[in-house]
Design a protein around this ligand. Structure first.
Ligand code: WTA
Length: 657
């Protein structure tokens, strides 16, 4: 298969970049860290946890007796917001800038740790006044503005549980997520700036709650960001600014049990229903802070850190809202899109704030690479000293471009593998220690144990592709799926007894460096966003014209994968459907409405048959061949072998969108 062929080419990568002596000398991660963690893994994690402030110290590190439901540091009490805020102010660092905010229109704000602490205290009091209590769920649907971080921190501070929903999700997705978590409060904004325009958010909240659809919601707190006109439900909707202005200013953070729930984050799985991944407090913060400091070599007094992820994703949780603040970092947050007003925007931000650590996704790097080096070269990027990548495999070509053009040919690149479920980085080089190899995520971090297994659970040696697993519990691991303990066990722990199955293929090369080979299940990765084929298929078949749908992720030069859908129309609707192009547009709009613009298929192909095995399972592998414009592979297990000829013939005839 061509995918394997590509991977073999990658595995021949023989460029190595050893760390400079100068970098190593100042690095946070010091040689010996791997050995220390290996010798006493739990002791190592207890030491990391003890870097945080505990309201009540823990004496027990891990209870795995009720596996796969782990308890870390479980007799300790901690307040995550105290650790991210008050602690730094009390240590005399209140004047350090926590957030350099850059709005898309060019407005800016600098918020110190003292100011951020004061805001979060007021917001915590507002939430308490609204009747939000420890354990209650709060949905957050906001643009990338400082108030989003204030909201997350305030919810966590009072022991409530946030569920952040990415602004690119539709009212329908918002509704199912709010309802599943039974959220009591929604925090949103009138809108945010994207692509040079005010883009509304509040109307989606109004629609999600309309007609009493989400009876759990008592109030909606609304930040005014764009000033655009929005609907207002008296008695339910509350203006954020006036609520904070009237709130009491003091708020004493109380300790919560280390296993107290912190947040739910919905992510795509292999079924049509998104999973509410649940994280708890002490272990999550321990690993988020430890990885943020060691993987990015964070020197909090001097570095300016910028992670481009939105708070709607796990990266925006662990490496914007929590890890950096726990470490007292100064970070940049940017509201808008990279091309506004032009493709130099990110580099102008990096220059302006003297960004020294940049963490982004391969899809962005490939987009910049396509446009050429002359754009970033117009800016002074000389402060950049560490580069990070996340979300999908970074191909060696993009890796080299990133290092040479953005990192002046010398910045170490950390290719970080992890998942919403793992909560924090699991596999990555450590700058200053690891000799880098372009395209490889290289090694499990100290404290993390992984194995690559075959289908029967046998460990594979170097050079053999298999399934990536995590063999020992880790502090930031998910504690379950909201409301569905069986699905939690079934999805992650049933394939191999007592071992976490990640859903990714992987391989150690002959030198023992790890290569990620993409998902082995029906999860796609489009621009680093996780989408489920089943979820998009069920959106498509919810349209009255569609009888059947099959969705595949086809390779795409820029976005990694792209959504390609094959649909069969209902016989009785054929006359109304119009041309294939009309149908395609209508169905793409329909998916946008049902899930959100991030799930909009790139291509929809109207077909009369779908390739199925005799047991009725759709053979996505063959559809992927068609979508990627390759000769169709082995069709012998098809119930009707002529189907692929018909589909390929039709596609060759130019029926795609
Ligand atoms: C993929 C994002 C290769 C992988 C933090 C994983 C990666 C899924 C990498 C999780 C990487 C993430 N190299 N693949 N460095 N990082 N992935 O939950 O398939 O949005 O299972 O978490 O992204 O996506 P999620």
């Amino acid at each position: 298969m061509s995918a394997d062929h590509e991977i073999d080419n990658l595995l021949q990568e023989n460029r190595h970049f050893a760390p400079s002596a100068e970098f190593s000398a100042q690095a946070i991660a010091q040689p010996g860290i791997y050995e220390t963690a290996k010798a006493d893994r739990l002791g190592f994690w207890a030491n990391q946890a003890n870097q945080l402030h505990w309201h009540k110290p823990f004496t027990q590190t891990l209870d795995w007796s009720n596996a796969p439901f782990a308890k870390w540091f479980y007799d300790g009490e901690i307040n995550i917001s105290y650790n991210c805020l008050d602690r730094h102010v009390e240590a005399g660092n209140g004047d350090r800038v926590a957030l350099f905010f850059e709005g898309e229109p060019g407005d800016t704000r600098e918020i110190t740790y003292a100011e951020l602490t004061a805001e979060v205290k007021k917001a915590a009091n507002v939430l308490t006044d609204l009747g939000v209590r420890a354990g209650d769920r709060v949905a957050i649907y906001m643009p990338m503005i400082p108030e989003a971080i204030v909201a997350m921190q305030a919810v966590a501070r009072i022991g409530a549980v946030h569920s952040v929903i990415f602004g690119g999700f539709s009212a329908e997705s918002l509704h199912t997520r709010i309802d599943d978590a039974q959220a009591k409060l929604v925090i949103t904004a009138d809108g945010g700036y994207r692509k040079g325009k005010a883009s509304a958010l509040k109307p989606a909240v109004d629609e999600a709650l309309s007609g009493g659809k989400c009876p759990s919601v008592k109030n909606v707190l609304v930040v005014k960001r764009t000033g655009q006109d929005v609907g207002w439900v008296d008695g339910r909707d509350i203006d954020w600014n006036s609520a904070l202005a009237n709130a009491a200013t003091e708020h004493v953070a109380q300790g919560f049990n280390a296993e107290h729930p912190l947040f739910i984050l919905y992510t795509s799985g292999t079924t049509g229903k998104p999973k509410g991944v649940l994280h708890t407090t002490g272990g999550y913060l321990t690993q988020a802070a430890y990885t943020h400091k060691n993987v990015f070599d964070l020197h909090a007094e001097t570095d300016i850190y910028w992670c481009t992820a939105d708070i709607g994703w796990i990266t925006g949780h662990s490496y914007v809202a929590y890890g950096p603040l726990a470490n007292g970092a100064s970070q940049v947050i940017y509201e808008g899109t990279p091309e506004t007003p032009d493709w130099g925007r990110w580099w102008s931000i990096a220059e302006k704030y003297k960004v020294s650590i940049l963490y982004t996704a391969p899809t962005a790097i490939r987009s910049f690479m396509k446009l050429g080096s002359q754009i970033p070269k117009q800016y002074d990027l000389s402060h950049i000293r560490v580069l990070g990548s996340v979300g999908e495999p970074i191909n060696p070509e993009a890796w080299m471009w990133y290092r040479n053009i953005i990192g002046a040919g010398s910045a170490p690149i950390v290719d970080t593998w992890w998942q919403t479920e793992t909560g924090a980085i699991m596999i990555s080089p450590l700058p200053g220690i690891t000799t880098l190899k372009p395209g490889s995520a290289q090694h499990a971090l100290p404290g993390i144990e992984i194995a690559i297994l075959d289908e029967d659970g046998n460990e594979l040696g170097n050079g053999h592709a298999g399934l990536l697993t995590i063999t020992e519990p880790w502090p930031a691991m998910l504690r379950g799926i909201w409301g569905d303990p069986d699905r939690f066990k079934e999805t992650y722990w049933s394939k191999f007894e007592g071992i976490y199955f990640a859903g990714d293929g992987a391989k150690f090369d002959e030198e023992g460096d790890l290569w990620l080979l993409g998902r082995v299940d029906d999860v796609m990765n489009v621009s680093g966003h996780r989408l489920s084929t089943a979820e998009i298929e069920s959106a498509l078949v919810s349209h009255p014209f569609v009888a059947e749908a099959a969705v595949v992720g086809a390779n795409d030069e820029t976005t990694g994968q792209a959504v390609v859908a094959f649909v069969i129309l209902r016989q009785n609707q054929l006359a109304n459907a119009g041309s294939d192009a009309d149908v395609s547009k209508m169905l793409r709009d329909h998916v946008t409405k049902e899930i959100g613009p991030i799930a909009r298929p790139r291509t929809i192909m109207v077909v009369s048959e779908l390739p199925k095995t005799r047991s009725g399972k759709i053979m996505r592998r063959l559809l992927r061949d068609v979508a990627e414009d390759r000769p169709v592979g082995d069709v012998t297990t098809l119930a009707d072998t002529s189907v692929m000829d018909i589909i390929s013939g039709k596609i060759a005839g130019g029926a795609s969108d």
